[in-house]
Design a binder for this molecule. Structure first.
Ligand code: HGY
Ligand code: MN
Ligand code: MN
Length: 411
């Protein structure tokens, strides 16, 4: 069985660890999180790594370099998923990192090699993304303990129930001097590599993101007896907002999505008194993102004035755009070249990644793999075995290139 076949088979094994019998769903601090950590931990151990679960619920593996206690090159991605997920977003990167560590287990490197399976990149349970990688980056915010899931369980409570001590979350933080850099392999989650007929690409920068919860309040009234001119229809206001979000973001060249809406009271014969929406906004740079948000917010408030509605908004997530470190991108490009691609494609990532959190403490580099039709966050997500095989070779060579450059630069 080729390494690529092993990696793909293991993605299938992780598929079976799901909170739902009908779709793939594995979220933060759940029994499925624990099972996936245990399975990935076994694979890390078989790859010759010393394995532990850190204070934030990330599963970690480490092999020392030429001498003990050296700074580490981190490889990784995430093991959590969105609801009704595909098999590769996150998991492929963790399994490729484990496979590369296994391939290199008898190679003495000038640094320690670590693999991390991050616990919560998606933010699907508590709304705040990158909880695992932000703990590693030391950018944890105590306010997050009060975040609640849809069953009203706080993050603090969930930590305790998972067997973690909220007071020790800081133990997961790594210092910049402990690290050489971070490399992540990930499916592109977009159509551009496939359009260019390219197996692999290197990431130039990762989009800056902001997420909001928008609550629109009007007045629930009788659907028959209430004349139009007396209505304060929260759902109609929300509908106008959703269309305005798309219009303004497209005009600004940014990427905005309303992925969730909840309406109250939600009865067929009652005018909606309240509508709660999610908003996900991204752009290649933070100034573009923030300018777009200012325009959107202004229009949302104008719609509320016109319709006599109230708008309450809470920002639930913000992550700065994260440019990749030139030397790590060059190593990724060198790795891709060894697979026969003389002109590796560079592209900015419209999707967010743990790398954007880790960028706070060390340089980052990302290797993208083509995925079919750019489909992701959907069970039809798929990769070609040949691209995984090339990706493994490129990833392995990128690590060796980092080692060569790092060794050269050492005093
Ligand atoms: O939302 C994203 O971009 C990532 O897949 N979490
Ligand atoms: Mn995702
Ligand atoms: Mn991902």
């Amino acid at each position: 069985m080729s390494t690529a076949d092993v990696v793909l088979a293991r993605c299938g094994e992780l598929d079976a660890i799901s909170a739902s019998p009908t779709w793939l769903e594995r979220t933060h601090l759940t029994p499925e999180h624990r099972q996936a950590n245990a399975l990935a931990g076994r694979w890390m151990k078989a790859a010759g790594l010393h394995v532990w679960q850190d204070a934030a619920g990330n599963i970690c593996g480490r092999r020392e370099g030429s001498s003990p206690g050296m700074p580490a090159l981190l490889l990784g991605s995430h093991l959590d998923t969105v609801p009704d997920a595909g098999s590769f977003d996150g998991m492929l990167g963790v399994l490729m990192a484990i496979a590369v560590a296994e391939r290199l287990q008898h190679v003495t490197l000038p640094f320690a090699l670590e693999v991390i399976g991050f616990s919560d990149e998606e933010g699907a349970r508590f709304g705040k993304a990158l909880l695992g990688s932000q703990a590693v980056a030391g950018t944890w915010d105590e306010a997050w303990w009060d975040l609640r899931d849809r069953d009203d369980v706080t993050l603090h409570q969930a930590f305790l129930e998972f067997g973690l001590d909220p007071r020790r979350v800081g133990d997961a933080a790594r210092r910049p001097d402990e690290l050489v850099g971070y490399l992540e392999a990930h499916i592109e989650q977009g159509p551009y590599l496939e359009a260019a007929d390219a197996s692999l690409g290197h990431v130039t920068t990762i989009a800056g993101a902001r997420r909001f919860r928008l609550s629109v309040t009007g007045e629930a009234r009788h659907a028959g007896g209430t004349p139009y001119e007396r209505r304060r229809d929260a759902l109609l206001g929300a509908a106008e907002m959703i269309v305005a979000v798309e219009r303004l973001a497209r005009a600004a060249g940014t990427i905005a999505t309303v992925g969730r809406i909840e309406v109250q009271p939600g009865a067929v014969n009652v005018i909606a008194g309240r509508a709660d929406l999610s908003l996900d906004l991204r752009a290649a740079t933070d100034p573009e993102r923030d300018r777009s948000w200012d325009e959107i917010e202004q229009e949302l408030r104008a719609i509320c004035v016109r319709r006599d509605l109230r708008l309450d908004l809470v920002e639930t997530h913000r992550a700065p755009a994260a440019p990749c470190a030139a030397w790590l991108s060059e190593a990724v490009v060198a790795g891709i070249r060894t697979t026969g691609d003389d002109h590796p494609m560079g592209l900015w990532s419209r999707a967010g990644h743990d790398a954007m959190a880790i960028a706070a403490i060390t340089g980052i580099g990302m290797l993208f793999l083509r995925c079919h039709d750019g489909i992701s966050h959907h069970p039809d997500e798929s990769v070609r075995e040949v691209d995984v095989a090339r990706g493994l070779d490129a990833f392995e060579q990128a690590v060796l290139e980092v080692a060569r450059r790092y060794d050269e630069a050492r005093p």
